[in-house]
Design a binder for this molecule. Structure first.
Ligand code: MOS
Length: 688
């Protein structure tokens, strides 16, 4: 058995030596370069696109706009319908594209394209008093927009203690090291795409829809990916533009977005505003939980961040209401980013629980444990594993929580104020049907293929281990092939579901192959044996509450003069069942915790209300956590058999470590300083 052990990554050496080939690096003869032109107004109509100055350069092959681009068909996201109309829905929306024989000429040409607009008024700020707010029926990932149990208002009226607070998070953008990159080549009605994404099969499906061709005619190759975190789940409008350019010019075309373009041509996360009301009895029993969540989408597509969905799963209360409201703004359609919904929502809920602990003069650990539900609070469904209490108690012991004095703002040494805080974590267990093919050769070796993608998670290595164990052979007899849409329909690297979903298909294909070999008396025929398996029919019914849980314990020091926050220690304990690869699982948790700190302390995309512009759009001004922010980082995994519920074994790991980390930091900052920051990120001026 190799599953559960920490084998090094298969592609580790290739990545650190530069041998790993990323999408933009595939050599293609006669390739042209694409540079998109983004709208310079936040709302309006394109009245004229003048490409004559750009076309004066003999290196410029074409200037594309809505008047000369081929027609596309309905898309997964309306933003993908590039150059289909003159309407501008947000600043930075692709309104033209320049195609040239060098990247420099394409970029220079894009500067010279003159676009004229009839400008319309725009709305770009999230406002709880916006008269046009909508009440969506469902949110992303299929959760109900509104759910009500009991009578929340009556319970709040009757409560001994009520906490009623508003928590906000800003728009945020993923910044994977590798920006979006695409090479598109047409051969008649067949499309070949080398592309950086989170799911080659899903990308092929998206291009099939856009171009109205069977998805089997689209091959997407995604061998290595330098990060995604949600930003590469669906083809970027600029990637679609690259397929358009290849279609129009009849030549292969390639594109790689600049860091700045990543802020408008790739979706980020909506701003959120959560009003949390908690009602409790004096003894700490929660009687009412109310989460009113506000988020935005664009004016061309509905995406509803599932901000309140985690609140439905956390604590027992007879009265529980979660509602999502939606604003339509002139901003790019936001999409999934690093534990969508759960991250902003749990910042709010877990901060409010801390505030309630202070209001009741109870330990926040004890308050959480006292409200541990027997079944999922909103649905009454039984849990398939939970172990939140064990995560809290194990974390408290490892961290040294027991002797904590809750008094805020009293531990000072020189300029430094010290404090500790905790928060719970959760993430749903998703998995979806996938296809894998396992092949046995007469020499005793095996080849396994699945349209998986390794965005840095270690999925390739984990799938290799699962394949070897299912075939009952050492790993050196197995070759794993991933990163091609033609390996069949498969899950995305999203929702922490990739390895569970692909791994289930790999296990099934390998197991069935071994049965076939046994039918042949244990021998593999000269031309080999091959089995393709699909797990669409093997998915569990939606009759149980399936989530992973965890707990973060955080120690901060805050400079009393400057307000600068440093995380001295962040300790996480997580219950996610058996990891396929202990080493990459641990890395996933650590990386996620860093992202949580990053969101707590730094990340925000600032909107200029007048220009409708994301003001900061590079890594000089959009800050992410670095080594200097965090001195101690520890992730511990707890294993119980009832957490081993996916077809690959355990539960998904990727996003669990992000959720709640921000609240643990904010709660620790309060304990250190006595200042409660309810508006992320926790920047200096909010503390001083
Ligand atoms: Mo993740 S935000 O589900 O790619």
């Amino acid at each position: 058995m190799t599953t559960g052990t920490g084998l090094p990554r298969l592609e580790g050496r290739d990545k650190v030596t530069g041998a790993a080939r990323y999408a933009y690096e595939y050599p293609v003869d006669g390739v042209l370069y694409v540079w998109p032109v983004g709208a310079s107004v936040a709302s309006g109509t394109v009245t004229n696109v003048d490409g004559s100055a750009a076309l004066a350069d003999p290196a410029v092959v074409a200037v594309l706009d809505h008047t000369n681009a081929p027609r596309l068909h309905p898309a997964v996201i309306a933003d993908q319908l590039v150059l289909q109309s003159a309407t501008v829905a947000y600043r930075g929306q692709v309104v033209a594209g320049v195609v040239a024989t060098t990247p420099e000429a394409a970029r220079e040409g894009a500067e010279q394209v003159l676009v004229r607009y009839a400008e319309h008024p725009h709305k770009v700020m999230l406002d709880p008093d916006d008269p046009d707010l909508e009440l969506p029926e469902t949110t992303n990932a299929g959760f109900p927009g509104t759910s009500v149990k009991g009578d929340v208002d009556a319970a709040l009226d009757a409560a001994d203690v009520v906490v009623d607070r508003v928590y906000t998070t800003p728009p945020e953008h993923n910044n994977p090291m590798e920006t979006v990159a695409t090479i598109a080549q047409w051969d008649g009605d067949r499309l070949l795409v080398h592309d950086s994404n989170q799911g080659p099969a899903a990308v092929a499906t998206a291009y099939g829809m856009l171009w109205d061709i069977p998805h089997e005619q689209v091959e997407v190759v995604t061998e290595h990916v330098g990060g995604g975190f949600g930003s590469k789940v669906w083809p970027s409008p600029a990637s679609v533009l690259t397929t358009v350019a290849a279609r129009v010019t009849g030549r292969p075309c390639k594109l790689m977005l600049s860091r700045q373009q990543m802020f408008t041509m790739v979706p980020g996360r909506t701003a959120t505003r959560s009003r949390i009301r908690l009602g409790a009895r004096r003894d700490g029993t929660l009687t009412a939980i109310d989460h009113d969540a506000l988020q935005y989408t664009s004016v061309i597509h509905e995406f509803v961040e599932q901000t309140g969905s985690a609140t439905r799963t956390m604590y027992a209360a007879d009265n529980l209401r979660v509602r999502h409201r939606l604003a339509r703004l002139n901003l790019p359609t936001p999409r999934v980013m690093r534990a969508p919904g759960k991250t902003p929502g749990m910042f709010a809920l877990e901060s409010a629980i801390d505030e309630l602990a202070y209001a009741l003069d109870l330990d926040p650990l004890a308050l959480r444990m006292a409200n541990e539900p027997a079944t999922e609070p909103a649905t009454g469904q039984p849990f398939d594993g939970r172990h939140l209490v064990e995560c809290l108690t194990t974390g408290a012991e490892r961290f040294g929580w027991a002797d904590r004095d809750p008094t805020p703002g009293v531990r000072r040494h020189g300029r430094a104020l010290f404090g500790t805080g905790l928060a719970s974590s959760m993430y749903p267990v998703y998995q979806s049907g996938s296809t894998a093919t396992a092949r046995a050769e007469p020499d005793g070796t095996f080849g396994v293929s699945v349209a998986a993608v390794d965005i840095g998670t270690g999925a390739r290595t984990a799938l290799w281990q699962l394949a070897a164990d299912a075939c009952g052979v050492p790993t050196d007899r197995v070759t794993i092939h991933i990163g091609r849409a033609s390996y069949g329909p498969a899950a995305l690297a999203g929702g922490s579901s990739g390895t569970a979903s692909w791994g289930g298909a790999v296990r099934k294909a390998c197991t069935e192959l071994c049965e076939r070999i046994a039918e042949h008396g244990g021998a593999v025929p000269a031309d080999g044996l091959e089995v393709t398996a699909n797990t669409d029919a093997d998915q569990p019914a939606a009759d149980r509450a399936r989530h992973s849980y965890g707990a973060h314990f955080c120690a901060v020091r805050v400079d009393a003069d400057t307000g600068q926050v440093r995380v001295d220690r962040l300790l996480g304990v997580f219950a996610h069942g058996r990891p396929v690869n202990a080493r990459t699982a641990h890395s996933q948790l650590l990386g996620a915790m860093v992202m949580g700190v990053s969101m707590a302390l730094h990340e925000q995309t600032v909107v200029d209300p007048g220009l409708g512009l994301f003001v900061n759009h590079d890594l000089a001004q959009y800050h992410v956590a670095t080594n200097a922010d965090i001195r101690g980082l520890e992730a511990h995994s707890l294993e119980w058999a009832d957490d081993d519920i996916t077809l690959a074994g355990g539960k998904g790991i990727g996003e669990l470590g992000i959720v709640g980390a921000g609240a643990a930091v904010a709660n620790a900052v309060y304990h250190a300083t006595g200042v409660r920051v309810r508006d992320l990120p926790i920047t200096l001026e909010k503390i001083r």
